[in-house]
Design a protein around this ligand. Structure first.
Ligand code: FO1
Length: 323
């Protein structure tokens, strides 16, 4: 792996630092592709999926990125640690606890350590830095804020935390609205602001625009910071045609009355994105996106294998340097 990184540091020397705005399962593939070819990466992580459960603070998006870059992610599920066991969860169930959110025994170590550190007064960004160090991950991973932000989904059964909606209720209840509790009060992590200013390239991962990127954009001052750097921002579509590559993006987009298509995502980002990557199968929407003032790039954006991840990452690195 290291010779490859050195190779790209030399060949992509004009790209000093790449910042990726990311969620979890939809983002890690591109992050892994970029990190295998480029050494100087900062991942800005969504925190609004975080949840207090079983007395523990669980940060799914941060953990997916750490496990993905440490090469221990359960790739089949897209979250958790591969070959994990669930003995603790089984025991909790036996003791009458609700166990709809599945914490593996190895994964549990992360939540225990993080919760202990939080209880001793450490900030989430400090803890994330310690944990990525323990897992020997070289890319920086910064929670967008150290303040609490939670995505709340309003359904016909009432309002619930996004994990309750997605995992406990299996995304079944019709969605009426989505809001980001705490986003208005939350302060952007200063290191995130610095990364946005100093990066040569900012990539918006092919993540859910409402539940992964939405809470990041909702933090006071974040959009303004992006608008100032719009010339260096590229987004990769999380949709091919009218379908999400993974997860409930379409359901959430419809709930907030956003056109669920690559064009809809492009329009949603048009204030601060100048380059938009779509599937080569969506060439017919290219002209409409260009009319939003964006440069459009068409390629194969589906990432099923690590070769796909590397191919899309290489495409981005070469195209954006040339653009
Ligand atoms: N997703 C599920 O569908 N079911 C689960 O039981 C579950 C547990 C879980 C535990 C730790 C973790 O880091 C993620 C977990 N996820 C689970 C994934 C998570 O709900 C979402 O996919 C992310 O929040 C979306 O980015």
């Amino acid at each position: 792996m290291y010779p490859k990184i050195i190779h790209y540091v030399l060949n992509h020397s004009t790209l000093a630092m790449i910042t990726v705005l990311a969620g979890g399962t939809g983002s890690i593939k591109l992050i892994r592709g970029l990190a295998s070819q480029f050494s100087d990466i900062t991942v800005v992580s969504n925190v609004a999926d975080n949840i207090w459960l079983y007395g523990l603070y669980i940060c799914p998006d941060i953990d997916t990125v750490i496990y993905g870059l440490a090469d221990i992610l359960d790739l089949r599920q897209g979250w958790g640690i591969k070959n994990d066991s669930f003995e603790c969860l089984r025991q909790m169930k036996m003791l009458g606890e609700q166990t709809w959110f599945k914490i593996g025994d190895k994964d549990l170590a992360m939540h225990l350590l993080r919760t202990n550190m939080l209880r001793s007064g450490k900030r989430l960004s400090y803890i994330t830095e310690r944990m990525r160090d323990k897992y020997a991950v070289s890319s920086r991973i910064i929670p967008v804020t150290d303040d609490p932000v939670e995505t709340k989904v309003l359904t016909d059964r009432g309002e619930m935390h996004i994990q309750e909606f997605w995992v406990k209720h299996r995304a079944q209840p019709p969605v009426v609205n989505i809001r980001y509790e705490g986003a208005e009060r939350a302060r952007i992590n200063p290191k995130v602001s610095q990364a946005i200013r100093q990066s040569k390239l900012i990539v918006i991962a092919p993540a859910n625009p409402i539940s992964s990127i939405g809470p990041i954009l909702a933090i006071r001052g974040f959009k303004k910071a992006l608008v100032a750097e719009r010339e260096k921002i590229v987004a990769v579509s999380p949709l091919i045609g009218n379908s999400a590559i993974s997860g409930p993006a379409v359901k959430y987009m419809e709930a907030v009355r956003l056109n669920s298509s690559p064009f809809g995502v492009a329009k949603h980002y048009s204030e601060f994105v100048t380059k938009f990557v779509i599937s080569k199968n969506d060439g017919d929407s290219s002209r409409r996106i260009v009319r939003l003032g964006m440069e459009v790039f068409e390629t194969d954006i589906l990432m099923k294998t690590s070769d796909d991840e590397n191919r899309l990452a290489t495409y981005l690195l070469t195209q954006m340097k040339a653009a």
